[in-house]
Design a protein around this ligand. Structure first.
Ligand SMILES: [Zn+2]
Length: 196
């Protein structure tokens, strides 16, 4: 049985790092694959983490937006889960965006590693802002797996070793960040593939 009821966009861009054998949620196999370092947290809203000269703001789709939010505002946002398509205005409203900053959407199924090229582009896009001391919001659903993985890749792009980058994100944002083996491996592969 197909894992996605609708064919994801990544079907057309085969993903060498994808978990082909990803177990179903709620099964023992799934729990084994998951790396729960802390109790599942309820989410984050623009939790800031210094990365290079700028800041990554880690957000969960399901986190409640604080009523009178006075924290940092993003100069750009990278959204990694289709739930965000409506909120950023890519579905239904065409060119009208619901957010007041430039946005990028990446097709990246839950619990998997991204297509390498997408991650590279996302890192370059984020760095255009971080290099100038700006803030970039990165968000998926929980704000841990996909978001944590891309944030760690950004840290790698600024010179962290992969294991250090993972540790940095987990200590600085949440112990639940970077959820699967494939995501962890991806961060190591990202380092290897980075041309500098
Ligand atoms: Zn968390």
């Amino acid at each position: 049985m197909a894992r996605h009821s609708q064919k994801p966009l990544s079907h057309y861009f085969p993903n060498q790092y994808d978990d082909e054998d990803a177990p179903k949620r709620g099964t023992f196999e799934y729990a084994k694959k998951w790396e729960p370092l802390a109790p599942r947290c309820t989410g984050h809203y623009r939790a800031p983490l210094s990365v290079g000269p700028g800041k990554v703001l880690v957000t969960s789709y399901r986190a409640a937006v604080p009523e009178h939010y006075l924290g940092p505002q993003p100069d750009g946002g990278i959204y990694l889960a289709e739930q965000w398509l409506k909120r950023i205005g890519m579905i239904g409203t065409g060119i009208i965006t619901g957010l007041r900053h430039p946005t990028v959407y990446i097709d990246w199924p839950d619990m998997t590693a991204p297509h390498l090229r997408y991650a590279q582009l996302a890192v370059e896009w984020a760095r255009e802002r971080l290099d100038k001391g700006g803030a970039v919001e990165i968000a998926c659903v929980g704000g841990h797996g996909r978001t944590g993985t891309l944030t760690a890749c950004l840290a790698v792009s600024y010179g962290h070793k992969p294991a250090e980058a993972i540790e940095y994100v987990r200590k600085g944002v949440c112990e639940s960040c970077i959820e699967t083996k494939s995501q962890k491996e991806f961060i190591h592969n990202f380092k290897r593939m980075r041309r500098e």
